[in-house]
Write a protein that binds this ligand. Structure first.
Ligand SMILES: Nc1ncnc2c1ncn2[C@@H]1O[C@H](COP(=O)(O)OP(=O)(O)O)[C@@H](O)[C@H]1O
Ligand SMILES: O=c1ccn([C@@H]2O[C@H](COP(=O)(O)O)[C@@H](O)[C@H]2O)c(=O)[nH]1
Length: 225
């Protein structure tokens, strides 16, 4: 790997398709791409009881440890490895585990507020906003949170109305203006092809390239993040 890396930020509402876009780019381009889920940088809430953690507003910028993210992104971009925290949505908390992430040619930061922080934005070379209608996003979120994140329907709806929707309107949607590229309707083939083309053009000549054929778009279990 040769530094500096090319850093991409992918923002958008919950259920918009950010992870799907980031994963498709990573799977197609290969090991030159490292994905950094913003969710891993939720504040460590180990000092709170589970019932207290259930009450936290996870869609407000204050829920994230921005300082750690800035520091780790800068470290990766300077060609050094990081120990990335891991997050468990079922218990609303960081796990004890840390994963070593080696620097790579392309770094993709993805999360609802990936374009929120000014310092982070400055570190990004390409800013993407994935835009999907709210009705589609909430339907996807209900399915995902019930199946993969251990929630019940009533809880998902309450959380959506109390915090997710108002915070989306206040903090997430306005970051669309910070984007260089807006991907409509989530992961769509043409937009993905263009993004992948751009990423491949940024790869240095000596970068490892995937010899896999272009990945089919698949919308399956996302729980392995
Ligand atoms: N373009 C799409 N068409 C259909 N389903 C999609 C599409 N993009 C994502 N999904 C599905 O919607 C759900 C949420 O997608 P995900 O990429 O995890 O969204 P986000 O990371 O923005 O929350 C997943 O189950 C995924 O498979
Ligand atoms: O403990 C938590 C942490 C986060 N959330 C919700 O997750 C989404 C962000 O994840 P996406 O994959 O982008 O949907 C955010 O809207 C939080 O409300 C949570 O429910 N519990």
């Amino acid at each position: 790997m040769s530094t500096p890396s090319f850093a991409i930020g992918i923002a958008g509402g919950t259920g918009a398709g950010k992870t799907t876009v980031a994963r498709t780019v990573a799977d197609t381009v290969g090991e030159a791409v490292t994905r950094i889920p913003l969710d891993n940088y939720y504040e460590d809430l180990s000092h709170l009881a589970f019932e207290e953690r259930e009450e936290i507003n996870y869609d407000h910028p204050d829920a994230f440890e921005w300082e750690l993210l800035r520091e780790q992104l800068e470290t990766l971009l300077s060609g050094r490895s990081i120990e990335m925290p891991q997050y468990d949505f079922e218990v609303h908390n960081r796990t004890d585990e840390r994963v070593t992430v080696e620097p790579s040619d392309i770094i993709v930061l993805e999360g609802i507020l990936a374009l929120h922080d000014e310092v982070i934005r400055e570190l990004l070379d390409l800013r993407v906003y994935v835009m999907t209608d709210a009705d589609v996003r909430i339907l996807r979120r209900i399915e995902r949170d019930v199946i993969e994140r251990g929630r019940d329907l009533e809880g998902v709806i309450d959380q959506y109305l109390e915090t997710v929707k108002p915070m989306h309107e206040r903090f997430v949607a306005p970051t669309k203006k910070q984007a260089d590229v807006i991907i409509p309707e989530g992961a769509n083939r043409m937009a993905l092809d263009l993004l992948i083309e751009k990423v491949q053009a940024e790869l240095p000549d000596d970068s490892p390239r995937s010899d896999a054929p272009d990945r089919e778009l698949s919308f399956t279990d996302q729980s392995t993040d």
